[in-house]
Every structure is written in structure tokens, then in C-alpha cells.
Design a protein around this ligand. Structure first.
Ligand SMILES: Nc1ncnc2c1ncn2[C@@H]1O[C@H](COP(=O)(O)OP(=O)(O)O)[C@@H](O)[C@H]1O
Ligand SMILES: O=P(O)(O)OC[C@H]1O[C@](O)(COP(=O)(O)O)[C@@H](O)[C@@H]1O
Length: 319
């Protein structure tokens, strides 16, 4: 069973707009609402391929009730911690050429009692979990050490942790040796404090995260595939994508595929790449089911293309 923790979940509203013009009224030509937050998406992806998962999250207000209902409709078990504030709504604007503009709300501040209740909700389920995926930004209130505390406490219960967060929350939690860390290229660059121009730069940055405490680093590099850097060696995986429809949640789908496939070794990397490639071919944050996956198209290799430039402009590579 994969237990996910999303301390700052969201309702994701996506509007298709004819174009972005500052100061103008934009009339949406289509819209959708989906459960959101990185751990929530990992649970959705695990469930979409028939895996067992429970999603732990704080829930508050009408937005929280709708989020719980949407997850229930998708057959996902939710362990909700009641919140005085209201769950946030994140907005994505999609232009006709597929360009996404996202506005992520800060979300409600958690009281000390709410943050402690969330920790307890995770800890009380830790013994039954193969993996605990701790994902996304932290809400205001508990401070950047909250994931570090969660890793320390759940490790004592014998759980294996996969962490997908950034900034101070990532830095603090590394010291407690999470088994898996899943940065994207931008988060990896931020964590090491320099831009990454090539796949080789990303490998060095991942090794640095391992030296700081990460067991395995699964680094997702957008169109440049994924890197697995671990005791068992370094591998690069990629798969062709015919049409990129939306990359929202592609990293979350990748982490779900990786953990569901055991969370180590090139076969798990291949599963992560298959999930990421399938997710970007689906609209919004839709998560791939088994029929969407094309494992035969995935290539993994220990022959790392160190000089390959990273195509993601956020990392300092050429666009
Ligand atoms: N433009 C793209 N073309 C092909 N595959 C992609 C593209 N964007 C994402 N992917 C796949 O999805 C994975 C996760 O995407 P990425 O953007 O790196 O993660 P995140 O959603 O965490 O920012 C990538 O490693 C890759 O396998
Ligand atoms: O916790 P954060 O960093 O604000 O991110 C939350 C957002 O990220 C998502 O989980 C999607 O992830 P990506 O944008 O990384 O693909 C959305 O569902 C959600 O709105």
C-alpha cells in the first residue's frame, strides 16, 4: 500500500482561454476541476493502475468537502484531518497552443494542533505502508521542519519515505535520510544553488543530494526524461511523446509509477518514465491508467548522455 501525504492539497481548476492579455476579461472556452496537490496526484496515479493507496491530507471548508468527494468518486481512500480554514484552489490557464499559466494559492495556515494531528494521521498508518510519499509545498504554520519531523517519526515506525518537495523543507528533511527524493530539474537546480545545463550537471547535482542524505534520487527532467542515481548505479530513461497536452502532475505520475514498481533499480525507473510520458499526453492532471502506458517505448541505459543539453529553460539550459 502506498500512503501519500499532502500537507497543502488543492482543488485544481483549469480554464481554457483564447489567449492571455493583461487587464482583459478572458472568457473561458472550457473548464474542469480536479483533485490536486502532489501527494493527492500520486494516490490518483496509483489508483488509476489498480494499486492500493490512502491519501492523508488536511481538509477544510466547502473546497475541502468537494476535494474529498472527487477523490471518493475515484475510489481513493482519504484520511482527512479537519481544518478550520478552507482548502486552497489552484488555477491553471491553458492557451490554444498548450501554454500553461499556473497560479498556486498559499493555502490555509495550519494551527499547531492541526499540524500535529496530520503527523499523527500519517504515523498511525505508517506500519501498513510499503511507501510513504510526502509531497508538495508545506502550508503556512508548521514551519520548514515539518517534513523532517515526519521522516524522523515514521522512520522509527519502520516506514520507507519518498519525498517530493523543494526549498527549505527539502533541505531540512534530507538530514533524516529519506529513501527516495524526487526533484524536477528546477528543484534540483535550486537545491544545489546553481543552474543545470546538461544531463551530466543533473547527475552531479543528484549525487550532491545523496551526499546530503537522500538514498536514491529520481530526478525528472521534463522532455529530457529521468535520472535514477542510487547505490545500485546511475541510469537515464526516456520515452518519445507524440503530443504534449499537459505536464501538470507528470512528475507525480512518475513517482507513483516508480514506487508501485518497487522504488529501486532500472525497472522502476522505466515504470516512472512510462507514467510520465503517458501523463503528458493526457489533458489537465489526468493520471494514466494501464491502457495509457506504453512500456515498450521506454529506453533505460547506464550510458548517461552527460553532454546532452537540458531543454528546460528554467534550469539554465537552452530552450
Ligand atoms: N515535454 C515532455 N516531453 C516528453 N516527456 C515529458 C515532457 N514533460 C514531462 N515529461 C515526462 O514526465 C516526467 C515528469 O515531468 P517533469 O516536468 O520533469 O516533472 P514535474 O511535473 O515534477 O515538474 C518527465 O521526466 C518525462 O518523463
Ligand atoms: O504544493 P505546490 O507546490 O503548490 O503544488 C501544487 C500543485 O501541483 C500539482 O500537484 C501538480 O504538480 P506539477 O505542477 O508539479 O505538475 C497540482 O495538482 C497542484 O495544484
Amino acid at each position: 500500500m502506498i500512503l501519500t501525504v499532502t500537507p497543502n492539497p488543492s482543488l485544481d481548476r483549469t480554464y481554457e482561454v483564447p489567449g492571455l492579455r493583461r487587464g482583459a476579461l478572458l472568457r473561458a472556452e472550457g473548464d474542469r476541476v480536479e483533485p490536486g496537490g502532489k501527494g493527492v496526484n500520486v494516490s490518483r496515479a496509483v489508483a488509476a493502475t489498480g494499486g492500493r493507496t490512502t491519501a492523508v491530507m488536511p481538509l477544510g471548508g466547502a473546497e475541502g468537502a468537494l476535494l474529498a468527494r472527487l477523490l471518493d468518486e475515484q475510489g481513493i481512500e482519504v484520511a482527512g484531518v479537519p481544518l478550520a480554514g478552507s482548502t486552497r484552489v489552484n488555477i491553471t490557464l491553458v492557451e490554444p497552443d498548450g501554454t500553461l499559466t499556473k497560479v498556486n494559492a498559499a493555502g490555509p495556515a495550519l494551527t499547531a494542533a492541526e499540524a500535529a494531528a496530520l503527523l499523527l494521521a500519517v504515523r498511525s498508518r505508517a506500519a501498513n505502508a510499503d511507501w510513504i510519499a510526502c509531497c508538495g509545498s508545506l502550508p503556512r504554520g508548521p514551519g520548514p521542519e515539518w517534513y523532517a519531523e515526519l521522516v524522523a517519526r515514521t522512520h522509527r515506525a519502520g516506514a520507507r519515505i519518498a519525498l517530493d518537495t523543494s526549498g527549505e523543507a527539502l533541505t531540512a528533511a534530507l538530514a533524516w535520510r529519506p529513501e527516495v527524493v524526487k526533484p524536477n530539474a528546477e528543484e534540483l537546480a535550486e537545491a544545489v544553488g546553481r543552474s543545470l545545463a546538461t544531463v551530466g550537471d543533473a547527475v552531479k547535482a543528484a549525487e550532491e543530494l545523496r551526499a546530503r542524505g537522500a538514498g536514491t534520487v529520481l530526478a525528472s527532467l521534463g522532455a529530457d526524461g529521468q535520472l535514477l542515481v542510487s547505490d545500485g548505479g546511475t541510469y537515464w530513461g526516456h520515452a518519445p511523446v507524440a503530443t504534449v497536452r499537459s505536464n501538470v502532475g507528470a512528475g507525480d505520475a512518475s513517482l507513483a509509477g516508480f514506487l508501485a514498481a518497487g522504488g529501486h533499480g532500472p525497472a522502476a525507473l522505466a515504470a516512472a518514465v512510462a507514467h510520465g510520458a503517458a501523463a503528458v499526453g493526457l489533458p489537465g492532471s489526468a493520471m494514466p491508467g494501464t491502457a495509457d502506458l506504453d512500456p515498450a517505448s521506454v529506453v533505460t541505459t547506464a550510458d548517461i548522455p552527460v553532454d546532452r543539453p537540458l531543454a528546460d529553460p528554467r534550469t539554465g539550459g537552452p530552450s
